[in-house]
Design a protein around this ligand. Sequence first.
Ligand code: AGV
Ligand code: CA
Length: 328
Amino acid sequence: MQHKDSVKRRKVIFDHDGGIDDLLSLLLLLTMEHIEVVGITITPADCYPEDALTSTLKILSLTNNESIPVALGNLAGLNPFPADWRAQPKFCHALPVMLRTKEARANVVDEPAHVWVAKYLQNACEQVTVLMTGPATNLAYVIEGHSEYKNNIGQVIWMGGAIRVKGNVAMHDSDGSQEWNAYWDPQATKVLIESGVNLCLVPLDATNSLPIDRQFLFELSNVKTELADLAGQFWAATTTAIPTYEFTYFMWDILATALLGVSESCWQTTSTHVSVELTSPRAGTISCAESSAGSRIEWVQSINAEQVRQYVIRQFNRNFETFFTNKC
Ligand code: AGV
Ligand code: CA
């Protein structure tokens, strides 16, 4: 199905890092008829990059969106993700429907993600939203090198940080205050936060109210469509995380993505002065600044979790042939 040209859609670049909820977020984003996905870039963080590329291309083929450009990133942060987590999304492209779907490589661009983003912004004739569900590395690189391109960014929605709650990093050089995306590349976190772009941060403060629980998976299982079943299978693979180690899986990236589709009454933001730390054991920590010295950013403080869950279930109530095509 092709979308009517008369409807003006919001242009979005989606930068993800190949985790299971990043891939689910891609599926969710592609269900949104008011969104035009103009490009997908991959940060090689919570994934192995070839897996992230394979799953991304298969999702685009499944949903009839093979013309969206995809760029693989080659910039890496300082603090690698645990190998077990990076390997987990291999499961997604090993599922039967994903195995049966071809990877269309024609739209994989030759240049690395940060170069593609820079060129897109340089040539953009209208503002674009950047949705980021992995570390901020690619965008931070572009902003640092070309601050004039910021004018072409309408908004950045970033799943990252833990403002007034504890983080989710449990590593030897961490005091537990960081969120993983912010910790992977502390310098990029700092560049983005201090850049002055119109940023809406989606930190753990907001995502903590959306754990993946059996009640949600059960509800999703009753939808019985191709998409709901595939999403349910992706999520099933996350249920082996150890809750007592605080490794529960949440709808982190899904929430950041859903903000583009749910009604504004679903979430509340606040704005605070923050600063980003660069040294161990708090590298990548985004802390509330004592005074107005830091950078003022907007962040999602609370959400209506049930409305978000219902939105996701509604959007996933479709078969693959009912996706519309993003023509790039
Ligand atoms: O910190 C949340 C970010 C999100 O972008 N990622 C996972 C999401 O894609 C890192 C992460 C935190 N805990 C995890 C993570 C876990 N238990 N398994 C895999 N990744
Ligand atoms: Ca992610």
